[in-house]
Design a protein around this ligand. Structure first.
Ligand code: NAI
Length: 408
């Protein structure tokens, strides 16, 4: 039976965007062929490169388009070594039975720490004063400099990052308001706002921690800025599309806003050699950082091992419980058995067809579980007898089949 399962030394892993070396080592230890590149690849280059790749590791810069997926004949899994996954075309991954994993919590703390740092930077004008000193100007004053204690921070998006920021802000003596489209339990003394407007009009500091989905594009634009308090500040460490940059610039220039800190931009260079182009350049009230919210050694180490662990477990046991797009399923390993995984479009009757074929070949099922989401049906079947290529072929030929894997 084992010869029907895919040999590990034929599994090619391609890691892009300088994923932590731990990931390289973990895949290598597993017996896979691993190639790691420093930058991301353009669609054209990725299409060429992906043909023989079974596992692809990316961060936030690599765009996984429909064309890329269509050229990926052998791709089983994509590991997003980051939190956000809107760079990946999920419809295409689902149509090809490709599972996607990410690292939802590994850099949460890192983002929270830098956000706090930037809030203090903005409230004390540290960057402006530092720039002046570098050009020989000594400006000792307390003009527009404030403590953060007792200030109101409005957190938009109360997910992993937003809720941790809430805890630390409160520990520093700030009052916390939050708004989320989903009903979220308030942590500590944080107060839930009924609407985004409610939060905006009552916050001294607005910090954005929503996801970058299309409907969040320009979430903060002219109308929202007009509702914000005079001399408030804005921090965006979420996604670049969330803030309308032209509108932000207008509101900084008119002094409605005292300052802003941005880590993410509508267009970002795809590697360190490319130039950063943006209208915010040269406006010293806006502190800029190059999408480094989650970029600490600690976070990269966490992510570097979290994602490969999940992918290797998926390859070896079929466990999809931490996947982003697949039905979540995990079955304990059974001794003296073989495991088959059938991935199909979620349509009625597929399970019946799978079991009809298995019974026709007189094979006994030791354990079986089907889980579906809107798009995909995922079946793990443990059987006790040795079986042949014919069964595998028949299972593959069931209409609606996306992938069939023989694990052990
Ligand atoms: P999460 O998914 O745990 O939380 C996002 C929250 O935003 C959810 O609770 C969701 O219901 C809420 N939300 C979505 N749209 C909303 C809207 N229009 N109004 C109010 N709430 C809304 O995500 P997590 O882990 O907290 O990450 C947040 C953001 O931070 C993501 O966009 C992620 O890509 C970004 N990020 C940026 C990093 C950086 O280096 N700058 C590093 C890590 C994450």
């Amino acid at each position: 039976m084992r010869e029907l399962s895919y040999p590990k030394n034929k599994i090619n892993v391609l890691l892009l965007e300088k994923v932590d070396k731990i990931a390289f080592d973990l895949f290598k230890e597993e017996g896979y062929n691993v190639e790691s590149l420093d930058g991301s690849l353009s669609e054209k280059d990725l299409i060429k490169k992906i043909k023989d790749v079974s596992i692809l590791g990316i961060r936030s810069k690599t765009i996984i388009s429909e064309k890329v997926i269509k050229s990926a004949n052998k791709l089983l899994a994509i590991g997003a070594f980051c939190i956000g996954t809107n760079q990946i075309k999920f419809e295409s991954c689902n149509d090809s039975g490709i599972v996607v994993f990410n690292a939802p919590y590994s850099n949460t703390r890192s983002v929270v720490e830098i956000v706090i740092a930037q809030i203090i930077n903005l409230m004390r004008k540290i960057v402006i004063k530092s720039n002046k000193m570098h050009s020989g100007v000594w400006r000792k004053d307390s003009l527009d400099s404030f403590e953060i204690r007792n200030k109101v921070i409005g957190i938009v998006g109360y997910g992993n990052i937003g809720s941790q920021l809430s805890v630390i802000s409160e520990a520093l003596g700030m009052k916390v308001l939050y708004y989320d489209i989903v009903d979220k339990l308030s942590i500590g003394n944080a107060k839930k706002c009924k609407s985004l407007n409610d939060l905006l009009k009552n916050s001294d500091i607005v910090s954005l921690h929503v996801d970058g989905k299309k409907s969040n594009t320009n979430l903060i634009s002219d109308k929202e800025f007009s509702i914000m308090k005079e001399k408030s500040i804005l921090v965006n460490y979420s996604r670049g599309n969330v803030v309308d940059i032209d509108s932000l610039i207008k509101n900084i220039k008119s002094k409605k806003l005292m300052g802003a800190a941005l880590d993410v931009f509508p267009e970002e260079p795809s590697n360190n050699k490319e130039k950063f182009k943006s209208k915010v350049k040269g406006i010293e009230e806006i502190i800029l950082s190059p999408h480094i919210g989650g970029s600490t050694k600690e976070a990269q180490k966490n992510i570097g091992s979290y994602v490969p662990d999940k992918i290797i477990d998926f390859i070896n046991s079929g466990n999809t419980s931490s996947s982003v797009n697949f039905p979540k399923l995990s079955l304990p390993e059974q001794s003296d058995s073989h495991r088959l995984i059938h991935i199909h479009k979620n349509q009625p009757g597929v399970m019946l067809k799978i079991n009809k074929i298995i019974s026709e070949y007189n094979i006994n099922i030791k354990g079986q579980y089907l889980k579906t989401n809107e798009e995909i049906g995922y079946v793990i079947t443990d059987i006790d007898s040795v079986y042949n290529k014919e069964v595998v072929k028949s299972l593959k030929n069931i209409p609606a089949t996306l992938k069939l894997r023989v694990l052990y």
